[in-house]
Design a protein around this ligand. Structure first.
Ligand code: NAI
Length: 687
């Protein structure tokens, strides 16, 4: 006999857990869409469910979740203040101590609090596609409800410490091999529960009561220190997990909980949580919510070079049909080869199956005939950065495509208004600025022209999100949000090199801040010629702002155009593989300084960082004032997603606030004094 769910004595208005008892076995269902987070109502109801199944003396209680996943985590919207009662550790302790043993029956993504909940149950069974992880470190936190103390008691110290510290999920088969699961099933969970109950193993010792064997974590510590790149939480998670072998469960859990609560207010966690929420809101502008995005099935990509191939691969991965257009069949073959190389790499690394790879190959074609783009829903051009070439491509696309289909440019610096001017259906043109490698990098700047319709923007945002990207709206200016700030960054770096800093010291200082590489390493990586061409364009147009340092131009003239250039040299010497500082560059820079009689100064690593950040933050504020970016978080998303600014530092705007605007103003005054007339001050920096 099944009893109805109304026996739970919690507020029916907020009730999110259902208990049904059948033949002495309970089925406890959490239904808290969309991902069943452990909000206060779930915690209250679970407490009540434990009471109820024990009162009914149930033989077992199977804990399942409605919807697409088992509990996918805590409720991070509760993290800003003190957590309301009951606290999760108490709920989990009650489940573990329950006379009626709980079986966690899982599917989807069992993350954070979800995994902690499962670890408190007597048994764990899961669908074969389930993933398990402790991703708290990604938000600058560590688990707060026994995760670091129960997980090592189930899968061993080293594995648990790795999962807690790197935040990466593992799949069901791996978690089963680790000893984390009692059964992996495929298909119907009801059936799986029934057969598990039919052969119910003896109730194991409660997780918290099990011993933990100590392990040598030296190698793991070195690995995590390296991968954390200055983020604190990963090492704290590791150290807290290590406590499991040294102190009692109660003691370890107390320390874990306190550490978790302390970290909630840390700057790093606030930074990461702000970015997490912003990456949801920035990608869904309020203004566009009233529009229904048009469906995209067929994507045309013009230009099969580095960017075109990456955008094509990303579109194929999202399930679109892709037609690539090139100048001639030979170039089309080369473009196809680049797309195939990406698919083959994904296949070789195990990221996709053979069937998926073949589906992508089947959905792809390349040629030189624009007629094949006639029924495309969106076209993206990624041809040479030349306005005339781009206009010709836009015009040919407009000739064959429907007037409702979108036509986008991937230009880095050119004005999409100018590329589309005078063409039919002006509201459907826009910029979609992907970052390299476009199949991997998540950022896409979405650039409306002065006449792009909101309908077009809405479709473009939905398309980009569908590719798994983070679209950010930007107005038109030289370099949009990201590259315009990059230009200011490079300018200040060059000014310091001109006035006495070694480019290698500048790189080291920015790496010290947590950037993956410094500005000169980055130039060597991407090639010096693109920004050289851009500087020439700005000089010719008279738009270069202020002092001009032409050291990079000299490198280009010498054929030192970066790692990928025939000379295999740029700021560094790459002839032996890895880039090495080059005494020739030091000598050349020294000669340049003498020739230009620049006042020699010495810059400490801190001076370098704060001056570069002053230039970045000033430009970012100008961008906000001009309405190019819609919010400071949009800027921080662009710089963390597109340029490797450390997420745990929150992005340049967050960093500036944390550092203190007085210090930033002081640093801005210093860069103004260093290069008079070179910086237009944003409102916050006006004296
Ligand atoms: P690329 O030189 O690797 O590829 C350009 C491709 O366009 C070549 O395969 C060429 O054959 C083809 N092409 C040239 N004219 C054509 C035409 N009329 N019709 C069809 N195909 C034509 O260049 P890359 O790096 O892929 O850049 C393409 C665009 O993307 C440029 O506007 C660039 O500014 C922009 N971009 C580049 C980034 C990068 O990191 N390389 C990042 C973001 C944007």
């Amino acid at each position: 006999m099944t009893t109805p769910s109304t026996t739970l004595q919690t507020d029916p208005e907020t009730r999110v857990v259902d208990v049904a008892i059948d033949n002495g076995h309970a089925l406890v269902t959490i239904d808290n869409p969309p991902v069943n987070p452990l909000s206060v109502s779930v915690r209250k109801d679970l407490m009540e469910a434990v009471r109820l199944v024990n009162e009914a003396k149930c033989k077992t209680a199977a804990l399942v979740c409605a919807g697409r996943t088992f509990v996918a985590g805590g409720d991070i919207s509760e993290f800003a203040g003190p957590p309301p009662l009951p606290h999760l550790p108490d709920v989990l302790n009650a489940i573990e101590a329950s006379e009626t043993p709980f079986i966690a029956v899982m599917h989807g993504t069992v993350l954070g609090g979800g995994l902690e909940l499962a670890l408190a149950c007597a048994w764990r069974i899961a669908d074969e596609k389930t993933k398990f992880g402790l991703p708290e470190v990604n938000l600058g936190l560590i688990p707060g409800a026994g995760g670091t103390q129960r997980l090592p008691r189930v899968i061993g110290l080293e594995r648990a410490a790795r999962m807690a510290a790197n935040g990466k999920p593992v799949n069901a088969r791996t978690f089963e091999e680790f000893g984390g699961l009692d059964l992996v099933f495929s298909g119907d969970p009801v059936q799986a529960i029934a057969s598990f109950r039919d052969n119910l193993p003896a109730r194991p010792q409660n997780t918290s009561a099990r011993p933990v064997a100590d392990a040598d974590l030296t190698a793991l510590k070195a690995e995590i220190t390296k991968s954390a790149k200055g983020a604190d939480a990963p090492m704290i998670a590791l150290e807290t997990t290590a406590l499991a072998a040294r102190v009692s469960f109660e003691e370890g859990s107390k320390i874990e909980r306190q550490t978790h609560l302390d970290l909630r207010t840390s700057a790093q966690s606030r930074a990461l949580r702000r970015l997490f929420f912003a990456s949801r809101s920035v990608t869904r502008p309020e203004r566009l919510k009233a529009f229904q995005p048009a469906e995209i099935k067929h994507v045309a990509i013009v230009g099969g070079g580095l960017m075109g191939a990456g955008i094509a691969a990303a579109s194929l991965a999202a399930g679109h049909r892709v037609t690539m257009l090139e100048r001639d069949t030979e170039s089309a073959d080369a473009g196809s080869g680049r797309v195939e190389a990406i698919i083959a790499k994904d296949l070789a690394s195990g990221r996709i199956t053979e069937a998926k790879a073949n589906a992508r190959r089947a959905a792809f074609s390349a040629g030189a005939d624009y007629a094949s783009a006639a029924d495309a829903d969106i076209a993206i051009e990624a041809v040479f950065e030349d306005p005339e070439v781009k206009r010709a491509v836009f015009s040919q696309l407009a000739d064959v495509m429907s007037e409702t289909a979108l036509i986008a440019t991937n230009t880095s610096y050119l004005d999409p208004n100018m590329i589309s001017e005078g063409m039919p259906g002006p509201g459907r043109f826009l910029g979609l600025h992907f970052f390299s490698p476009a199949n991997i990098m998540k950022l896409v700047e979405v650039v409306g022209t002065s006449v792009t319709t909101d309908q077009t923007m809405s479709t473009a945002f939905a398309f980009a999100r569908g590719l798994g990207k983070i679209p950010v709206e930007t107005g038109v200016c030289d370099g949009f949000i990201g590259n315009r700030i990059l230009s200011a960054y490079r300018r200040q770096a060059d000014y310091m090199v001109a006035d006495g800093a070694s480019p290698y010291d500048v790189d080291a200082a920015m790496r010290g801040l947590g950037m993956p590489m410094g500005p000169y390493e980055l130039q060597d990586r991407t090639g010096l010629q693109i920004s050289w061409a851009n500087r020439k364009r700005q000089l010719a147009a008279g738009t270069w702002p202020g002092r001009y340092v032409d050291i990079a131009d000299k490198l280009c003239e010498m054929g030192r155009q970066g790692r990928g250039s025939p000379a295999k040299k740029g700021w560094y010497d790459h002839t032996s593989g890895s880039g090495k500082p080059d005494p020739d560059i030091e000598a050349m820079v020294a000669a340049w300084r003498t020739e230009h009689s620049t006042a020699q100064q010495s810059f400490s690593a801190d001076d370098i960082v704060i001056r570069i950040m002053a230039a970045i933050v000033n430009e970012a504020n100008l961008i906000l004032e001009e309405g190019i970016a819609t919010s400071d978080t949009a800027i921080d998303i662009v710089w963390t997603e597109g340029y490797g600014f450390p997420k745990h530092l929150g992005g340049p705007m967050f960093w500036a606030e944390e550092t203190g605007m007085d210090r930033m103003r002081e640093a801005f005054a210093a860069i103004e004094a260093q290069s008079p007339g070179s910086w237009k001050a944003a409102g916050v920096f006006k004296s």
